[in-house]
Design a protein around this ligand. Structure first.
Ligand code: GLN
Length: 291
């Protein structure tokens, strides 16, 4: 018999030694979430019961999940979900795990949608490379006068996006489409938003094992300079954006904003604005035309 508190403390130390967690706070958080998963308890209850004995089947199951985490499987894949922008998204291998960086893209997209002259009727939005559905579903949930097309070339991603769409009851306002970038759009849209792959190929192998070995390369690898997919999208914009008021918002990696801004200005017109994420990194490039 072991006290739950010491079981979790030892697990946190093991997570730090394996370089899965950066510090004790993160290690404890991960251990508490894994224990909550097997015991059906909230994280608060897990902490409150620290003085009780932990034994039997629950400990065995906990050790199973901990073993997976120690081999660098991402916590979100073990739990099957990740919270982002106050919403819980189902994820699985093959689907990029929502990141806090992308909350900036969601915020900036919502601001553009609300400012768009069509906001009192309907703004048509395309979320390209939707993955778990994160950006399109968050926009649809928080801006009611929208019709969202969420596009992806991965059927695994679209299946997850479909489950998440159902979870948030957004079936009537979010259309999921398979295809390459904007190609399958049935009509022109007012706003294009996207978190496309933008990591330069050579950088992929330097990423944490959790990302490199588990997350889909197709959602990360942007080719030699990281901008291959963004360039391909920009090349499709003229055909799929309305001629009237329009906006394009793209998430980018460190140091990519000015080049992407130039590409977008050349096609959409207007002057690009660059938005910082919470870590102060230039994360989102926005171009608006006509509003
Ligand atoms: N920010 C992500 C990472 O560095 C990359 C996401 C992307 O390529 N869109 O892991």
């Amino acid at each position: 018999m072991t006290a739950l508190r010491s079981l979790l403390h030892d697990a946190a130390l093991a997570l730090i030694s394996a370089r899965c967690s950066d510090d004790l706070d993160e290690g404890r958080l991960e251990a508490e979430l894994l224990y909550g998963e097997v015991s059906g308890l909230s994280r608060a209850s897990v902490i409150a019961r620290g003085g009780e004995e932990a034994s039997g089947e629950t400990v065995t199951q906990f050790e199973g999940l901990l073993g997976r985490r120690l081999s660098h499987e991402p916590l979100a894949y073990i739990l099957g979900r990740r919270e982002c922008y106050g919403m819980t998204f189902e994820v699985e291998p093959g689907v990029l795990i929502p990141r806090p960086d992308t909350e900036t893209l969601i915020e900036v997209t919502l601001t553009a949608v609300r400012a768009h002259p069509g906001a009192r009727r309907l703004v048509r939005v395309a979320d390209v490379g939707t993955g778990s559905g994160l950006v399109g579903l968050a926009v649809a949930k928080h801006a009611v006068a929208t019709k969202v097309y969420s596009l992806d070339s991965s059927t695994t991603a679209l299946a997850a996006a479909g489950r998440n769409r159902k979870r948030f009851g957004l079936e009537s306002r979010v259309v999921l489409l398979a295809g390459y970038l904007l190609e399958s759009l049935p009509e022109r849209v007012d706003v294009v938003t996207a978190n496309l792959p933008y990591v330069p190929t050579a950088v992929i192998e330097t990423l944490a094992a959790e990302v490199r070995e588990w997350e889909p390369a197709g959602a990360l690898d942007g080719g030699a300079d990281g901008l291959d997919v963004i360039r391909a999208l920009v090349g499709q914009l003229a055909e799929h954006l309305v001629d009237g008021p329009r906006a394009v918002l793209l998430e980018v990696g460190v140091g990519q904003a000015s080049e992407v801004a130039e590409l977008m200005e050349a096609v959409v017109g207007g002057t690009a604005r660059v938005h910082l994420d919470l870590g102060g990194v230039e994360r989102v490039v926005e171009v608006r035309r006509g509003f």
